[in-house]
Write a protein that binds this ligand. Structure first.
Ligand SMILES: Nc1ncnc2c1ncn2[C@@H]1O[C@H](COP(=O)(O)OP(=O)(O)OP(=O)(O)O)[C@@H](O)[C@H]1O
Length: 269
C-alpha cells in the first residue's frame, strides 16, 4: 500500500528552480534511499515533505500525497499536527534537533503532550521505552541535558524522540554523517530495528553506497535537482542504466572492476 506519493514536484528558490519533476512512491514499511551528489536536492526534497522548506523556497508545481492527503495544501498549523506524529525527521545535525538547556526527558514529555492526551506517568513510560528501544540507559538519559551525552547517544536520543509516537514515515537525512564509522553502523542498526518493530517507512538520505546497499528496498539517484534513475536496490546497484549512476558506483573503490553481483557484494560489505 503506498504511503507517500510524490508527483511532478518542482521547487524553486526565489525564481530559480532547485528541484524538478520529482516522482516517487514509498510504500508502508518500505526503505527508500535517496543518493546523489552534494547539492542535488535530496535534503530539499525531504524538507518539502514535512513542510520544512527554507525561507524563500517554495513548491511551484506537483503534489505530495500522504495517504490520501495532499501535503502541499496544508497550513503550518496542520503540518505541526502531522510532524512528529505521523512524519518524523532525524537530521545529520543532531545537536540542533534537541534544545540545549532542557533535559531530554522534558523535551520528550513536551512532544508527547503536544500530540497525545496521555497522563504524566504514561508519557514518562512512553519516553523511557523509546530510549530503551534505541539501546540507551533510559533513566539516565531521560534525566540528562544534551551536553551530558556523546554524539552517538545524542543521535540515538533524537531517534527515540522521532519514533516514540510510532510515525508512519521516518525521514532520516544523513543521520550518521557526523558520527564515527562504528557509531554510525550502530545508529543505522537501531533505525533498522525500529523499522522492523513499528513497520514505518523510511526515506533515507545518504552519500554512502554501502549504507544504501545494506538497508534499502529501493534507491533513487539524484543529480542537479532531478531523479535520474529509480528502482529496486538490485536493479540500481547491479544493473544501473543511467551514466551518472554508473559514475557514482565507479567512484566506490574497486566496485567497477567487479563483473558479477556476487563480487560486487563482497566489495561492498
Ligand atoms: N536555505 C537555502 N537557501 C537557498 N538555497 C538552498 C538552501 N538550502 C539548499 N539550497 C540549495 O538547494 C540545492 C539543493 O540542496 P540540498 O541541500 O537539497 O542538496 P543535497 O543533495 O541534500 O546536498 P548534500 O548531500 O550536500 O546535503 C543546492 O543548490 C543548494 O545550494
Amino acid at each position: 500500500m503506498s504511503l507517500l506519493t510524490i508527483r511532478h514536484l518542482d521547487i524553486s528558490f526565489r525564481d530559480k528552480p532547485i528541484v524538478r519533476n520529482i516522482n516517487f512512491t514509498v510504500r508502508q514499511g518500505e526503505w527508500l534511499t535517496l543518493i546523489g551528489e552534494s547539492g542535488s536536492g535530496k535534503s530539499i526534497t525531504a524538507s518539502a515533505i514535512g513542510g520544512l522548506l527554507p525561507k524563500e523556497m517554495r513548491i511551484t508545481a506537483g503534489r505530495i500525497l500522504f495517504g490520501n492527503k495532499d501535503l502541499t495544501c496544508l497550513s503550518n498549523k496542520e503540518y505541526r499536527k502531522i510532524r512528529g506524529k505521523e512524519i518524523s525527521y532525524v537530521f545529520q545535525d543532531y545537536q540542533n534537533s534537541l534544545t540545549p538547556f532542557m533535559k531530554i526527558g522534558k523535551q520528550m514529555d513536551e512532544m508527547i503532550q503536544a500530540h497525545c492526551s496521555f497522563n504524566k506517568k504514561e508519557r514518562r513510560e512512553i519516553a523511557l521505552q523509546a530510549l530503551e528501544d534505541v539501546q540507551l540507559p533510559a533513566k539516565r538519559v531521560y534525566d540528562s541535558y544534551p551536553f551530558q551525552l556523546s554524539g552517538g547517544q545524542l543521535q540515538r536520543a533524537s531517534i527515540a524522540m522521532a519514533v516514540m509516537l510510532n510515525p508512519k514515515l521516518l525521514i532520516a537525512d544523513e543521520p550518521t554523517t557526523a558520527l564515527d564509522s562504528i557509531t554510525a553502523a550502530h545508529v543505522l542498526e537501531v533505525i533498522a530495528n525500529i523499522q522492523a518493530n513499528i513497520n514505518c517507512a523510511i526515506l533515507f538520505i545518504t552519500h554512502d553506497l554501502r549504507q544504501a546497499r545494506k538497508y534499502s528496498d529501493a534507491i533513487a539517484v539524484m543529480k542537479q535537482g532531478e531523479i535520474v534513475e529509480i528502482g529496486t536496490k538490485e536493479n540500481i546497484i547491479y544493473h544501473p542504466c543511467h551514466p551518472y549512476t554508473k559514475q557514482l558506483w565507479n567512484a566506490v573503490p574497486l566496485i567497477h572492476r567487479s563483473s558479477s553481483a556476487k563480487e560486487t557484494d563482497l566489495i561492498l560489505k
